[in-house]
Design a protein around this ligand. Structure first.
Ligand code: CA
Length: 248
């Protein structure tokens, strides 16, 4: 699969990640687990910071400016899901990848995690190799696109998505879209495999316009599928949508 999204802003992001060690903030109340995670991530070249409760996360975030946040769900003071919601509301971490640490026995499901704006989750007990490979994959995805700024064209599978023209070529055949349908497609296709909740799509594509309801997204998705075919955009039951990583 060939995903090419090298815009100027994302170029800057890649540059800084290559030059500096990526910074990971671990929010976890068990010191043993902080130690295990820190040891494994540091040996892979990451800089690791930690805090032990939900109350001090915002302060740490502003100090550290992490590239990714590992967030335990069960935390003292404020739980992880609420911390995640708060992080999604502030500019510094609106698009920072957030990965939840969850234990199977905990009452929160992955749906609650995705609803709060998580990018992924890792189940406890944490297996170091799984942790490292997951973090690498998520950092490779880069930041969520900001549709208010010019973006690069995307080439993925048999699709070419041309930003300036609201135009998609499928196998060389042009298909044009109304602006919002195009933006929704672009948003999903910029992060193949990432699950987006309807709330995330509302915020990312409609800018949180209060007059737009989640149902609007379903209608737009249906129209996209009618024009493009079914294989590109997948429904994730009870959560939202993702662009298929097998769309080739
Ligand atoms: Ca905990």
């Amino acid at each position: 699969m060939n995903v090419s999204t090298a815009s100027r802003t994302q170029g800057a992001y890649t540059y800084s990640s290559l030059m500096d060690k990526p910074k990971i903030l671990v929010v976890e109340d068990e010191q043993d687990l902080i130690d295990l995670i820190s040891y494994n991530l540091r040996s892979e070249g990451y800089e690791v910071f930690s805090c032990r409760d939900g109350g001090s996360v915002l302060e740490q975030v502003r100090k550290v400016k992490p590239d990714l946040i590992l967030l335990d769900i069960m935390l003292p003071k404020i739980d992880g899901v609420e911390v995640c919601r708060q992080l999604r509301k502030i500019t510094e971490t609106r698009t920072t990848p957030i990965v939840f640490l969850t234990a199977r026995s905990e009452e929160y499901s992955e749906i609650a995690a995705f609803d709060a704006g998580a990018d992924d989750y890792i189940t406890k007990p944490v297996k170091p190799r799984v942790l490292v490979s997951r973090i690498k994959a998520i950092l490779r995805r880069g930041v969520i696109v900001d549709l208010n700024h010019k973006q690069a064209d995307i080439r993925i599978g048999d699709l070419e998505i041309l930003w300036d023209e609201f135009l998609v070529y499928r196998d060389g055949v042009p298909i044009s879209f109304p602006k919002k349908e195009f933006e929704l497609l672009y948003f999903l296709a910029s992060k193949p495999g990432k699950v987006f909740t309807r709330d995330m799509l509302l915020t990312g594509v409609w800018g949180g316009d209060v007059l737009v309801v989640p149902r609007t997204i379903d209608v737009h998705i249906r129209k996209l599928r009618e024009k493009l075919g079914e294989k590109y955009i997948q429904t994730v039951k009870g959560v939202g949508y993702k662009f298929s990583i097998d769309a080739e």
